[in-house]
Design a protein around this ligand. Structure first.
Ligand code: BG6
Length: 474
């Protein structure tokens, strides 16, 4: 471990998303979003794969996002706890359908606007900098079901209008923005659908392109009209290693990183598609071509910083056709014999974080934020109410160390906002028992619980880490 210090102005914090925390899905004039349709036992990936398309909510089904952890009504209490830990930054998202219930209205929903104004004002009270994701997987249902989703160019205009409204409304309250959460997940669904039908691939490339354009337009708008705003891209992070040193494995791993990671990063940070894109389209058998008129906007709308989520790594090899046994956030690969796996089978690899930070910075040379990281685990509440989550502390300790090493390597890392700083609904499984928080929320998988908040051991640990600016990890 080097004795290099994390910069003084480093932004320590935590992260949540509206659809996994807010609840109140029908309050304050909010419209229905695609995520509202996911019943217990299904996942965000099912939505992407079109497995959950029932436009009617069933009265007898349980939808975990409808109430989630009720951040909508508990935000003051939650923010006070974040402040107690010493947060400098809090990543959250705006639910688009709270601002434009269908996504197509002339005027925004004032109640929705005021809700987020109140949340941002509360954060400012404690000098916590909001980092706001404009779209964290939840899109107004009307845009998805009636207009057909992101393959329809009208969504680009709808997103730009939404961006205009929130940029204008939250002047002086918000400075840091992210456009789309894990934008590369559109293509990563290929990991879960071997031999995906051609139309699905065509849609994935076209839909992703429209999101790139929507994001670029928002960045351009911010640069032209709100010079104080800083807008980043948000990419699902992963590291793919070759399982052996066979050059074929090395090439396969490189190819995977290009497809899953750099394809999106290059467009959003460099402002143009990478050289390997044409080959990807050809090999996937899609007819996608970048419309000539979009080249300029992608260039003009380059993001100001790179942000990513980081949980796990996996391996690729040409030596077997056996089913892939190593899972992770949105990835599937072969298990790495040198790392440990979580209860959900996600590879835990802090060195991989240092590695990918160096790769990202070497490629793009823009400031970086780690906007998600953490361990999803089952917590036990002791008779006295305490929660001894030493496994979570161990995971985060390793990752904070890796991050400091990367800073020492010369990487310009400016923020760290661990995921689910307060327990929330899992995106991939819809469970509550898969917990990431420093703060425990009394709520179970079936929606039973008091919603009471309590501090886990990791709460006190993280408080110490922040107070010592990453020096005290024990
Ligand atoms: C990321 C998402 O994919 O991973 C979050 O941006 C998600 O929304 C997080 O919650 C962890 O995944 P999961 O499935 O454990 O909730």
């Amino acid at each position: 471990m080097s004795d290099f210090r994390v910069p003084e102005n480093f932004l320590w914090g935590g992260a949540i998303s509206a659809n996994q925390a807010e609840g109140a899905y029908r309050e304050g004039g909010r419209g229905i979003s695609n995520i509202d349709l996911i019943p217990h036992g299904s996942s965000r990936m099912d939505v992407k794969l079109g497995k959950v398309s029932d436009p009617e909510l069933q009265t007898d089904a349980f939808y975990p996002s409808h109430e989630a952890i009720d951040f909508y009504h508990h935000y003051k209490e939650d923010i006070a706890l974040f402040a107690e830990m010493g947060f400098k930054m809090f990543r959250m998202s705006i639910s688009w359908s709270r601002i434009f219930p269908k996504g197509i209205e002339e005027e925004p929903n004032r109640e929705g606007i005021e809700f987020y104004r109140n949340v941002f004002t509360e954060l400012r009270k404690y000098d916590i900098e909001p980092l706001v994701t404009m779209c964290h997987y939840d899109t107004p249902l009307y845009l998805e079901e009636v207009l057909g989703g992101w393959t329809n160019r009208q969504l680009v205009d709808a997103f730009e209008k939404y961006a205009k409204v929130i940029f204008e409304e939250y002047k002086g309250l918000v400075r840091y923005w992210l456009t789309f959460n894990e934008i590369n997940s559109q293509l990563m669904m290929k990991n879960f659908v071997p031999n995906a039908p051609k139309q699905m691939l065509e849609n994935a490339y076209a839909g992703l392109h429209n999101q790139f354009v929507a994001s670029a337009r928002a960045v351009k708008l911010a640069h032209e009209q709100y010079p104080e705003y800083v807008v980043g891209c948000m990419i699902a992070g992963m590291t793919t290693y070759p399982l052996t040193c066979d050059p074929q494995d090395v090439l396969r791993a490189q190819h995977k990183m290009q497809e899953d990671f750099y394809y999106s990063g290059d467009v959003m940070i460099r402002g143009h598609y990478p050289v390997f894109a044409k080959r990807m389209w050809r090999e996937d058998g899609v007819s996608f071509e970048v419309p000539e008129e979009d080249l300029e906007i992608l260039k003009e709308g380059r993001a100001d910083f790179f942000s990513f989520s980081y949980y796990s790594t996996s391996c690729e090899t040409t030596h077997t056709d056996a089913p892939k046994d190593g899972a992770g956030n949105l990835v599937l690969g072969y298990k790495n014999p040198y790392i440990q796996y979580s209860d959900w089978g996600w590879g835990m690899d802090a060195d991989g974080l240092r590695y990918i930070l160096n790769e990202i910075y070497g490629r793009y040379q823009v400031p970086i934020m780690i906007v998600e990281n953490g361990l999803g685990a089952i917590d036990t509440v002791e008779a006295d109410g305490s929660i001894h989550d030493d496994y979570r502390i161990a995971y985060l300790k390793d990752h904070v160390r890796a991050m400091s090493e990367a800073i020492d390597d010369g990487v310009e890392l400016i923020a760290f906002t661990p995921w689910g700083c307060i327990d929330l609904v899992s995106a991939s499984t819809g469970e509550m028992r898969k917990r990431y928080g420093f703060i425990y929320v009394d709520m179970d998988d079936d929606g039973n619980g008091s919603m009471e908040r309590s501090r886990k051991d990791s709460f006190y640990w993280y408080k110490k880490v922040i107070a010592s600016n990453g020096e005290e990890l024990e």
